[in-house]
Design a protein around this ligand. Structure first.
Ligand SMILES: NC(=O)c1ccc[n+]([C@@H]2O[C@H](COP(=O)([O-])OP(=O)(O)OC[C@H]3O[C@@H](n4cnc5c(N)ncnc54)[C@H](O)[C@@H]3O)[C@@H](O)[C@H]2O)c1
Length: 365
């Protein structure tokens, strides 16, 4: 069984690759999850994922699974109300700090469960069992947890590292095409910010990736997780290098906010944000002119959008970018591309270049 360690001293944890473990199609690595979870287990999932994978998951725990909370599906439910409901269920079930929470689902379930685990009785262990591509390569690794506030996305949260992350690529076979592509946006982001060789590998493997070939997906998820794990190990709480992972996100969050959450998926907004960040990087003379076209080809091959929805206004967009929590109090911080495979964070904003990028992507359309 393959595994990667996220190196964080006494909070280090493994990301284990167990194809078929959750879908129940193979017994490989059967014990990993059960052993890590301990004697008392509480599962959080949503209506969709529970319908698919709760029964096979339960088999790992037997009578050690002492409860479950099934939340409604969707980003709209990434709220404090859900945290309250989970905590209510844990208290009603008499759960102590010995209970391990299991997050079975995509990034929404992972973020909600992670935050509930961070705050229940000042912190209980959580095991992430991500079932979307986005969650497998991004949200389940690194310990960021959060829920949304009406005034801003991910505005209430905590860093709380999981005890383990369990990847079953076979769960990705039931994911919709749109959600699968949304996960590929974070993968392209990883390659663009950190690894030119990975970018070329993605270009060369477009067909098997889109066919969801299991071996290819495993290799890709492992590559992305290694990139993310290395960055998190260096900068757990985003004091420096971890901000690189926000490539495309400042633009992307503005797109999500202005189009209304759920209209443009997070990964889709990241794809458009990557194009905008690349355009800005060229205009501010950091990046060669041919790079955005190469990025565009890869995103398009992965069935991702490269332009924001029509009708977004520049003033509102700028405001939404500034309100992003990733903007410092001193002003905006952007991640720009130096090359495909190399990024840097800057707070020295080239105002003219930014205006031109917004004009090109918003006003001209
Ligand atoms: N914590 C972090 O570091 C971090 C990083 C990136 C994104 N996020 C957050 O992650 C969230 C997005 O996550 P997401 O893209 O996984 O969305 P999601 O959790 O909403 O899942 C997308 C959809 O796929 C369904 N689904 C999940 N697994 C499935 C499966 N195997 N088969 C069929 N359907 C399945 C879900 O029910 C949902 O309808 C956002 O809230 C974002 O803010 C967090």
């Amino acid at each position: 069984m393959k595994s990667i360690t996220v190196e964080l001293a006494d909070r280090s944890y493994p990301i284990v690759f167990c194809p078929g473990l959750i879908t129940g199609t193979t017994g490989a690595g059967q014990d990993v999850l059960a052993v890590a979870a301990g004697e008392s287990v509480f599962v959080v999932s949503n209506e969709t994922v529970a319908g698919l994978y709760l029964e096979p998951l339960k088999k790992h725990f037997g009578d050690r699974m002492l409860g479950a909370y099934i939340m409604p599906d969707g980003e709209a439910h990434k709220t404090l109300d859900q945290i309250n409901a989970i905590i209510g269920a844990l208290l009603a079930g008499g759960h102590t700090r010995e209970t391990t929470l299991i997050a079975l689902g995509g990034g929404v379930v992972g973020d909600v469960t992670g935050f509930a685990a961070a705050v229940y009785q000042r912190g209980v262990p959580v095991i992430q069992v991500p079932t979307t591509l986005l969650a497998q390569v991004d949200s389940s690794v690194g310990g960021k947890t959060a829920v949304n506030h009406p005034l801003g996305k991910n505005m209430i949260g905590a860093f709380h590292q999981p005890k383990m992350v369990v990847m079953d690529v076979e769960t990705l076979k039931t994911l919709s095409d749109r959600e699968f592509s949304a996960g590929l946006a974070e993968i392209v982001k990883h390659a663009a910010l950190a690894d030119w060789e990975y970018f070329q590998w993605l270009e060369a493997n477009q067909a098997p990736i889109m066919d969801r070939d299991s071996a290819c997906l495993m290799a890709m998820i492992e590559w992305s997780c290694r990139i993310k794990a290395a960055i998190v190990a260096e900068d757990e709480t985003e004091q420096g290098k971890r901000a690189l992972l926000n490539l495309g996100h400042t633009f992307g969050h503005a797109i999500e906010t202005l189009s209304g959450y759920g209209v443009v998926l997070h990964g889709e907004a990241v794809a458009i944000g990557l194009m905008m960040a690349a355009d800005y990087s060229v205009r501010s003379k950091a990046l060669i002119e041919s790079a955005p076209e190469q990025l565009k080809q890869l995103l398009t091959a992965f069935a991702l959008p490269i332009l924001p929805p029509k009708g977004l206004k520049k003033t509102a967009f700028l405001q939404a970018m500034g309100r992003d929590k990733k903007a410092t109090s001193a002003g905006l911080r952007l991640v720009m591309l130096r090359d495909l495979g190399r990024a840097e964070v800057t707070s020295q904003i080239d105002e003219a270049a930014l205006e031109q990028t917004l004009d090109r992507f918003l006003t001209d359309r």
